[in-house]
Design a protein around this ligand. Structure first.
Ligand SMILES: NC(=O)c1ccc[n+]([C@@H]2O[C@H](COP(=O)([O-])OP(=O)(O)OC[C@H]3O[C@@H](n4cnc5c(N)ncnc54)[C@H](OP(=O)(O)O)[C@@H]3O)[C@@H](O)[C@H]2O)c1
Length: 314
């Protein structure tokens, strides 16, 4: 941690108890994930409850997921829950959103759907022109001042954007809590671009999205059984290269009391100091993913997985 991050108020950071979260993109999204087809509201409600039972009390959503449906479902699921749930959602700076007040208005819409007076973490979903990074950081600081959010985050920010966003939040006495980026054994670009190092040096939590490679690291998808829908085009390149990695994940899992490839792949992201937020569509997936917590791979196992993933990405 550098001098700047020592000065900021750590009350506006993500509590360290959250080893892992659950991603709620698929809760209400039919475009990519097929909500309403192979799974429905009851299934994702079960996934939510199984996550809490398994010790996962961090849920990540966005105003865009299911065009508000994901937030609405979470708002409904939270009713009657007697333990605190840490809720993270996101603002998308669409090109017609130019004023800081538009972030506050969008945030109020999210709070209405979530049925919450304040959200724990509010993230800029993706940097998009015309407004500069600092403009939206200022708007996040305004939301913090108003007590509408408890921590400020970003998502898909590159190294330069992350540092600029952090610096402008520090000037307002806060600091950037997190950068949510794609990170898994199938995508380690944040290690090459310096994003991870910039975050680690400043105490900014890296939240790892798609930590299961959208399901591929479970080992259930193969050349003969590719993932359905839009995932097919995105991940077709990797399917022929996947078997040796899945074999290694199985071998390492066996040494830890029969952990599955998915649990080992998630644990690898935790060992790297990030917080994974795997999606879960039903009780079985949520329960299984919770089994990635509470233990650690050895440094040799992490190194072996690094080496295998390097070979796949070449
Ligand atoms: N900020 C951003 O731009 C951004 C972008 C993407 C994602 N995210 C966030 O990150 C979260 C997770 O990413 P993701 O959903 O893209 O990918 P992921 O977590 O890598 O994969 C989730 C999918 O894998 C399958 N799966 C999960 N657990 C499983 C298990 N134990 N056994 C078998 N299959 C399992 C399920 O799909 P099937 O059963 O259909 O295979 C599930 O929907 C999202 O929900 C969202 O909150 C953020």
């Amino acid at each position: 941690m550098n001098k700047v991050s020592e000065q900021i108020n750590t009350a506006h950071h993500i509590p360290a108890e959250h080893e892992m979260g659950v991603g709620a993109w698929a809760w209400g999204d039919s475009l990519v994930w097929g909500f309403g087809g192979t799974y429905n509201e009851n299934d994702v409600h079960d996934a939510f409850n199984a996550s809490l039972d398994g010790g996962i009390t961090f849920v990540d959503t966005a105003e865009l997921y299911g065009f508000g449906k994901s937030e609405r479902l979470i708002g409904k699921f939270l009713q009657g829950i007697d333990k605190p749930v840490y809720v993270a959602t996101k603002f998308f700076p669409l090109p017609y959103r130019l004023l800081k007040g538009q972030l506050i208005a969008a945030l109020k819409g999210s709070l209405r759907r979530l049925q919450m007076p304040a959200v724990d973490l509010y993230q800029i979903h993706w940097h998009m022109p015309p407004m500069p990074v600092e403009h939206w950081s200022e708007a996040l600081a305004d939301a913090l001042d108003k007590g509408l959010i408890r921590a400020a985050g970003v998502s898909n920010y590159n190294r330069d954007q992350t540092i600029r966003s952090h610096d402008s939040l520090v000037r307002r006495g806060y600091g950037l809590a997190s950068n949510q980026v794609e990170y898994s054994l199938l995508n380690r670009s944040i290690e090459r671009t310096g994003v991870k190092q910039a975050c680690d040096e400043r105490g900014i939590k890296v939240i790892a999205y798609s930590p299961l490679g959208m399901g591929l690291l479970t080992g259930k998808y193969t050349v003969d059984n590719p993932p359905p829908g839009m995932r097919n085009a995105q991940w077709r390149w990797v399917l022929p290269k996947l078997p040796p990695l899945i074999a290694l994940l199985n071998e390492i899992g066996a040494a830890h009391g029969d952990k599955t490839p998915a649990q080992v792949a998630l644990n690898w992201t935790i060992c790297k100091g990030t917080m994974p937020i795997p999606g879960a569509k039903n009780q079985r997936q949520a329960q299984a993913n919770a089994g990635a917590m509470g233990w650690r791979l050895t440094p040799d196992e992490v190194a072996a997985l690094d080496e295998m993933s390097d070979r796949i990405q070449d």
